[in-house]
Design a protein around this ligand. Structure first.
Ligand code: DAH
Length: 347
């Protein structure tokens, strides 16, 4: 007669099944399902075996219970071993899947670059602040008084025709020149004055070298004994830094209502060194800015004693400077934000 109604005989078979199934498991998820079926829960195979106990004669129960427990212990141990093995395997698979080949050349990341006008602007701010200039940023909407009248350009003055103006109202306009900032500064500050005023200006003007909106940089120095030669010395430093060592300047007589005398400043052609080329149209010189000795009337308009003080002023077009420096022949290229152009310019 078989012991325990033959129940103990089931145990080796179950052990064999467990061993076989364990060996076939592919991952931890399957292992846990397996654990559920065989070991855990009220309906697991081992629990079912335990329940059988009540069908046994009392004297058989102890042995049977021990055998089932031994099977359970064994299964738990095997389960733990298997879990370790499967976890290791899964980790290796994951390493394989997520492996990064650090020898593969990286995808180049394109970094942005500053706009040529910003580069020129920053460079000039650097140069002038290095010479002790303070930055004054005026406003883009001005009154007729600051933009023209105080700059010695009253209503009926012919020089007003030099700049086609956008009027916002009879009194207010979009400033046509950063020179308007000179007046604000001189009204508020007493000499010594040394300011640089960068900003946008507006004129009804539109062709390959003119845009209705462009940028200027105004410089103003007022103190005792300031002369045109101070201006010349400073301009020489400026053009050398912007266009390269060996660049020099020359002054040509010109006319601006707010300066007397007024000059047009040329620099020696940095493309041909002054021999004459297409950039300088064969002259060896390139016009770079307007300047002059501050007109006494402008000083007086701001309450500065023109007998005691004198000054010089200059105004530089930033787009024009960028065009010269980077060899751009159409101002529109600076406003179109065409990445192909901008990338080349910063190459
Ligand atoms: N404001 C002038 C213009 O826009 C440029 C200029 C010329 C500014 C001479 C000055 C100057 O300060 O002295 O054409």
């Amino acid at each position: 007669m078989q012991e325990n109604n033959g129940l103990s005989g089931n145990l080796p078979a179950l052990r064999e099944t467990i061993e076989k199934e364990l060996g076939a498991l592919q991952n931890v998820k399957e292992l846990y399902e397996f654990k559920n079926v065989y070991l855990e829960g009220k309906k697991s195979k081992i629990s079912e075996l335990m329940k059988e106990m009540r069908n046994l004669a009392p004297e058989e129960r102890a042995d049977y219970g021990k055998s089932v427990n031994a099977l359970k212990e064994w299964a738990l141990e095997r389960f733990a071993e298997m879990e370790k093995k499967l976890r290791e395997r899964e980790l290796l698979q994951r390493y394989e899947r997520e492996k990064i080949d650090i020898t593969i050349p990286a995808q180049p990341i394109r970094t942005g670059n500053l706009h040529p006008v910003t580069l020129v602007r920053n460079q000039m701010i650097d140069i002038f602040t290095g010479m002790g200039f303070e930055i004054y940023e005026g406003s883009e909407i001005e009154t007729d008084y600051y933009n023209f009248t105080a700059l010695n350009t009253p209503q009926d003055h012919p020089a007003r025709d030099m700049q086609d103006t956008f009027y916002v109202s009879p009194e207010f306009l979009l400033r046509t020149q950063t020179s308007a900032g000179q007046i604000h500064v001189m009204e508020k500050k007493r000499p010594p004055i040394k300011i640089l005023s960068p900003g946008k200006v507006f004129r009804s003007d539109d062709d390959a070298t003119h845009s209705p909106m462009f940028s200027q940089m105004e410089g103003l120095v007022v103190d005792r004994g300031i002369t045109l030669s101070d201006l010349k010395g400073m301009l020489d430093v400026l053009v050398q830094k912007v266009y390269g060592e060996g660049t020099t300047t020359r002054l040509r007589p010109s006319y601006f209502p707010f300066t007397e005398p007024s000059v047009e400043v040329d620099c020696s052609c940095f493309a041909c060194g002054g021999k004459g080329c297409s950039l300088c149209k064969g002259t060896g010189w390139i016009e770079v800015l307007g300047a002059g000795v501050v007109n006494k009337r402008v000083l007086e308009n701001c309450g500065i004693d023109s007998e005691e003080y004198s000054g010089f002023a200059f105004g530089i077009g930033l787009e024009r400077t960028a065009m010269l420096k980077y060899g751009i022949n159409n101002i529109k290229l600076l406003f179109q934000s065409d990445l192909r152009v901008l990338r080349q310019l910063n190459g």
